[in-house]
Design a protein around this ligand. Sequence first.
Ligand code: TYD
Length: 211
Amino acid sequence: MSGLFITLEGGDGAGKSTQAELLGAWLEARGHEVVRTREPGGTRLGIEVRRLLLHGGDEIGEVDPRAETLLYAADRAQHIAKVVRPALERGAIVVADRYIDSSLAYQGAGRVLDVADVRRISEWAVGGLWPQVTVLLDLDPVTAIARRRGRGEVDDRLEAEAVEFHEAVREGFRDLARVAPDRYLVLDAAQPADELHTAVINRVAPLLTAL
Ligand code: TYD
């Protein structure tokens, strides 16, 4: 595959969307085809799965962690097959808001499922595709919650989890980064957006010469 696959990870409210937007614009200004996408919800099927997962409410009742894991994996399978692989095959740069690491952190560390099981399910779903670069926007959950409140956002099902859950998710991401330092760029998301953007492009720029 000839393109470049970049993912952004981190807790809710860490600023992933802002960085994805800035990176996408920077890459496009350099003449690259950029596909900006996200999980869950990067396909038509995924939009339905996302609605159930995040806003299902009483309609779906309490969601079992294994069912939750499989729904995220189903969203991911469709997303990789229909959006990400085709884009990479034509040489585009895919900038994705969340990917497998989110399942490892939220369903593995957060819901306390076996991380190796969650990894196996997601890897099967996507045929083993991993990104070349993963940017982790690391932020303490209390600050992240305050940011979301400041923006007047209403919590979805995952965001409404207790702060301990979000702390476990954060640790989950940090552990993943520790064991995959070549793929991960870990940034302190309390920094201003333009400084984060500079760090992201410093990491990505050397990879563009190979495209
Ligand atoms: P996101 O789209 O980042 O939420 P928002 O649009 O509100 O910023 O992610 C949706 C939620 O789904 C988020 O709380 C993280 C969670 N999630 C998982 O639990 N597992 C996963 O595999 C993925 C991709 C997301």
